[in-house]
Write a protein that binds this ligand. Structure first.
Ligand code: ASP
Length: 719
């Protein structure tokens, strides 16, 4: 960690909020600044806070990284890292063809020269951070409108990032909002850009159970893959080049091949993406009645179209695989959350807490004067979204889901944004992000399949037309009126566009907005016509977030007055620790679920057809009883997955599951169906996370697929 961090030290959040005694329940994705306040000993963790995180030296934390939206752990001094199969999935998909189907057959690199570059992948390493709340908040004044407030904060954050980047060349700066409207932290990161695939099991292992088992327990998925980070020979971050050399991490994690068993303490370090626990009842009502049901409908329909398209042609199925997987994941999670909202008392509890808070506010004239309307004002921001939400979400998904439109929108928006001074641009179009944005666009265009897009265009237009009148902006209603109702004509829009060809997109990226406006391309024309609607929505979103930013800041102030002890910031993709134990649970009356699954369960589930098509190599190795040292001492079988009561969310995918000594005993990849709701509220009775057992990882890699080079690299350095 660099000197910036040392200055900030553990007082980091003390600047604006004091977490005097963090609740010592298992709940909590604690920022590392909280480590010294946690009772690690009684949690069964035998490391000192300094051994886990030491800004003045090297600690366990230095062995972990962010891999795109997931977490990864370095396992060797040569940049070898482990993450989930579903995190490496896009790399495996992009490298796969119907002839060389690494998704289906897995991928084993025999030598380093065989490792496959993973385009679009980055590995992010946290170097340092410091509190910049004051610097951010001085950008806002009482007189500002909400929109101005939102824009001022956005601009200030960008300025701070730019300043920090020019002070630390080679590093990337990102300001994270820890508490809405209150606390901001500037993180400095190293981004490595040459990432390669080392080992991936076939989907019959890495995705065993597919959507059917996703978000479920018991689980038998070997959701892991190995990748390697590379740098230029001088150790600096560089794009892919054959001359590059393996990255030398400051630290790598030790693997414990014995794994861990029921009741053992575990902790997880990682980059949890987003939780919404500080939100109010009014927000959850919006989730329950509008957002979640809408997503479920829109995503399940799109998935159906992709499934149909891929049924006859494996190459098409491969093209859709990444997008399908991410929609399927959110669709099922949304269903879990809907069910959770129905089954639990989260909304009622929030109402009750808010009633108590309101009483507390009203009991004191000064407090009343300052905070009496805060809860109502927050509810007033969400209220119109109960009506406008279905239209807003459908339009947003139309822009994303009709792929040709999303390419055309990026084209046109980039022309408009890139004509502005750098700091005034939307983030993806700023100089510091532009290359990455272009690269992502190229990869997405590469996966374009016009026939599916035709179906999606027809389906989205139908859904927009079916919305109750008044839920769409008039510009969209007018546009829909003049749009043909003839399906063949709609399809021909897709036939006639060239925004799905990278060469055309690339040439157009150099054109100005005026030049693009002259184009006859029907999808580009559609994007240009609809763009003002999206722009207006973007401004509206900013206005809402400017207002909520101020209101949530006030809400937190008064909640702290009411109860000074109980605040942990929501997840925001920054580094966190969570801990718990390997433990079963009871999801429903008379059901108790054990916390360890074994290969026996794989055999029970296997049908020979996807998603339960276990590779023959695994069946043979199992039949030979070639277990090496990976048998569970009590279950007398190879353990596959483990369950524990830590506090995780998306982004913790790929996180190391560590034992009390800080050794790797598993890789986190999921939560149970009941635990999907823990994005809204954590509860010991239902919050369970799922990891792949390290014994299964080593058995599959070394015994089933014979990747002894990878096993030796890990184990040689571990002990
Ligand atoms: N499988 C999950 C995801 O990334 C991990 C989680 O949310 O717990 O969506």
């Amino acid at each position: 960690m660099s000197s910036i961090f040392k200055q900030a030290g553990f007082a980091l959040f003390g600047l604006s909020l004091s977490f005097t005694s963090v609740a010592l329940a298992d709940e909590g994705m604690f920022p590392l600044s909280e480590l010294s306040k946690l009772d690690l000993k009684s949690a069964g963790i035998n490391l000192t806070p300094d051994e886990i995180f030491n800004p003045a030296g090297i600690s366990v934390v230095d062995g972990i990284c962010r891999v795109n939206g997931c977490t990864g752990s370095f396992l060797s001094s040569d940049g070898l890292l482990i993450t989930n199969h579903h995190c490496a999935f896009d790399a495996i998909q992009k490298a796969s063809t119907s002839q060389n189907d690494y998704l289906k057959n897995g991928f084993v690199s025999k030598t380093r020269a065989d490792e496959i570059p993973a385009p679009g992948y980055t590995v992010r390493i946290t170097e340092s951070y410091r509190d910049v709340s004051k610097e951010v908040l001085t950008a806002v004044t009482e007189e500002m409108s909400f929109l101005e407030r939102s824009k001022a904060i956005e601009k200030r954050r960008k300025e701070l990032e730019k300043e920090a980047e020019s002070a630390s060349p080679g590093l990337r700066a990102e300001v994270a909002e820890m508490f809405t409207g209150k606390t901001y932290v500037l993180f400095l990161y190293t981004y490595l850009k040459d990432i390669r695939l080392v080992f991936a099991p076939p989907v019959g292992i890495g995705e065993f159970g597919g959507d059917f088992d996703n978000w479920e327990w018991p689980r038998h998925t070997g959701d892991f893959s190995f990748m390697r980070a590379y740098t230029s020979p001088d150790g600096s971050s560089a794009d892919y080049s054959p001359e590059n050399v393996p990255y030398k991490p400051k630290q790598f994690l030790r693997v414990q091949p014995k794994g861990a068993n029921e009741g053992d303490a575990v902790f997880i370090l990682g980059y949890p993406g987003r939780t919404l626990r500080q939100r109010t009842a009014s927000y959850f009502e919006y989730e329950q009645t509008v957002r979640l049901p809408k997503l479920v409908e829109l995503y399940s329909w799109q998935m159906q179209e992709m499934t149909l398209a891929g049924e006859k042609d494996r190459q098409v199925a491969i093209k859709h695989a990444t997008r399908y997987k991410s929609l399927a994941n959110v669709e099922k999670r949304s269903r879990g959350q809907l069910l959770g909202l129905k089954r639990t008392t989260i909304i009622d509890d929030k109402h009750r807490m808010e009633t108590e808070l309101q009483k507390f506010i009203d009991a004191d004239p000064a407090r009343k004067q300052r905070y009496s309307t805060v809860l109502k004002s927050i509810a007033d921001v969400y209220k119109p979204q109960l009506i406008q939400g279905p239209g807003e979400i459908t339009l947003q998904e139309f822009r994303q889901g009709f792929r040709a439109l999303s390419f055309a929108m990026t084209l046109y928006e980039s022309a408009l944004e890139r004509a502005k001074p750098d700091l005034e641009r939307e983030a993806p179009y700023m100089e510091r992000n532009w290359l990455l944005t272009k690269q992502q666009l190229k990869l997405s265009v590469g996966d374009w399949h016009p026939d599916t897009d035709k179906k999606l265009l027809i389906g989205f237009v139908q859904r927009l037309r079916d919305l109750p009148s008044g839920s769409l902006p008039v510009e969209v209603t007018d546009w829909l009126k003049q749009l043909t109702t003839n399906q063949t004509e709609l399809q021909s829009i897709v036939d006639k566009t060239s925004v799905g060809k990278w060469e055309t997109v690339e040439t157009n990226l150099d054109r100005s907005a005026e030049e693009l406006q002259k184009s006859n391309d029907p999808v580009l024309k559609m994007a240009i016509e609809l763009y003002p609607v999206f722009l207006k929505q973007r401004e509206l979103d900013k206005e809402r977030s400017g207002e909520l930013n101020r209101l949530y800041g006030e809400l937190l102030d008064v909640k702290q007055l009411q109860n000074p002890d109980r605040f942990v910031p929501d997840a925001n993709a920054t580094l966190r620790i969570t801990y718990g134990r390997i433990k079963g649970y009871s999801p429903a009356d008379a059901i108790y679920k054990q916390p360890v699954s074994t290969v026996k369960g794989i055999l029970e589930k296997s049908t020979g057809t996807e998603p339960f098509a276990t590779p023959q190599a695994l069946l043979d190795t199992y039949q030979r009883k070639d277990f090496d040292r990976y048998l569970h001492p009590v279950l007398n079988d190879v353990p596959v997955a483990i369950l524990y009561n830590t506090d995780t969310t998306g982004g913790n995918s790929g996180s190391p599951v560590l034992n009390g000594e800080g050794e790797l005993i598993g890789v986190n990849f999921d939560r149970t169906f009941e635990a999907t709701i823990n994005d809204f509220a954590w509860n010991e009775s239902y919050s369970r996370s799922i990891g792949v057992d390290i014994r299964y990882v080593l058995w599959v890699t070394g015994k089933v697929y014979g990747a002894q080079n990878t096993i030796q690299e890990i184990l040689r350095e571990s002990r």
